[in-house]
Write a protein that binds this ligand. Sequence first.
Ligand code: APR
Ligand code: PHB
Length: 390
Amino acid sequence: MKVQVCIIGGGPSGLLLSQLLHLRGIENIVLEKHTREYVLGRIRAGVLEHGFAKLMREAECGERMDREGEIHHGFFIAHDGILDRVDLHKYSGGNSVVVYGQTELTRDLYDARDRAGGMVVHNAEDVALHDLTTDRPFVTYTRDGETHRVDCEYVIGADGFHGVSRKSIPADKIREHEKIYPFGWLGILSRTKPVSPELVYAKHDRGFALCSLRSQVLSRYYLQVPLTDTLDQWADDEFWAELKRRLPSSVAGQLITGPSIEKSIAPLRSFVAEPMRYGRLFLAGDAAHIVPPTGARGLNSAASDIYHLYHAMLDHYRNGSDAGLDAYSDRALARIWKAQRFSWWMTTLLHRFPEQISYDQKLQETELNYLFSSETALRLLAENYVGLPF
Ligand code: APR
Ligand code: PHB
C-alpha cells in the first residue's frame, strides 16, 4: 500500500490529524494496535481549550461537542476552608473552555473517519518504522498473522507515551526530560449529578481533590493518593468519605454519591522528548510529552502539535514549501514547555508533598493569597487555562 502520510496511533492526536489531512485531500492511514472498543474504553481528560474546540470544528467533528459539551466560564479553587472562583471569561479577555469527555471526542473522530471512508486499521500489531532518514520511509505491521507494508512520504508518531515511534529514534538523536511526582490520582466516574456546576480544585492538608464532570448526569472525581495505594484499598464508601473531608463543608454538603462505574489510579509525571522530529518521522501528543493532569493540558497540548503538523503538511503538499515541517519541532516545543510549566505550577500549588516542610506550606498559602488578590495573577492563570495561542 502507498499513502502520503502514515499515522501511528488511533487516539485523539492521530485521528484528528487524519481527519484534517483527509479534508484537504492528503491521503493517510491510521495504524492502531488495539480495537476501537478498547480505545473508547479509556476514561481520560474532559476540558478542551477553545483552540482545540475550534480545530474540532475545522475537522467537521465539532457538532456533538457543541451540542452536548458545556461551556465553562470559570472554575473554583478550595483552599484553607475558602472557595475562590477563577473567572476565566473576565481574566482571559472573553475566552472559556468546553467540558466534553475525551472518550466522546474520540468517538466523534472515529465516526467522522468512518463517514469519510478513512483508513483506520485496528489490531495493527508489531508496528515497525523503517528508512526514516530517507525520502522513502515505510511502516510494517502484522494483523491476523499477516505482515503488511505501508510505503509513505511521512510517518506521524501519535502512538502515546508507550508507543513505538519515539523508541524508533536512535538514543543519541533524542533528549528526554522527566519529572516523577511522589503521588498518584485515584479517579472515579459515577452516574450522579455533579456537586458543582463548575470544576472544584481542592488543596487540603490531607491531599488534593478535584470535582469534575462529563455531563449533568455523569460526575468525575479525583483524590491524590500515595503511589503505594491500590484500588482494593478504596471501596466507594471510603472514596466518598475522603472526598468530603477534603472539600469545604459548603461543597461537601451538596455531594451526591453513588456506585463508581469506573475507578483507576494513575501516576503523575512530566515528560518531554526533544526534538519532535527524526528524518521523515514527526512525533505528536503523548508520544512526545506528558503532563500531570492538574492543569488539564494533556489533550490540549496534543491539539497544538496537530495544528502545527497539519499546516506544515498543507504547506508541503500545496505550496511545495518545507518551512513548516522544518520549523515544526521548535514551534511545537515552544508551546509544549509553556504547558509543562503551567501543569507543574498547578500541581505544585495544590498537592500535599510527602515530607513537605513548613516553608513550602507557607509558599503554597502565599501563592494562593497572591493569586486571589492580584488581577495580574488571575490573568496569567486564566490565559494558560483557556489555552495559549497555537
Ligand atoms: N502501534 C500502534 N498503535 C499504538 C502503539 C503501537 N506500537 N502504541 C500505542 N498505540 C496506540 C494506543 O493504543 C493509543 O490508542 O496509540 C494511541 C495513542 O493515543 P493516546 O495515548 O491517547 O495519545 P494521544 O492521541 O497523543 O492523546 C493525548 O490522550 O492519553 C491521553 O492524556 C492524554 O489527553 C492526552 C491525550
Ligand atoms: C477531568 O474531568 O478528567 C479533569 C478535569 C480537569 C483536570 C483534570 C481532569 O485538571
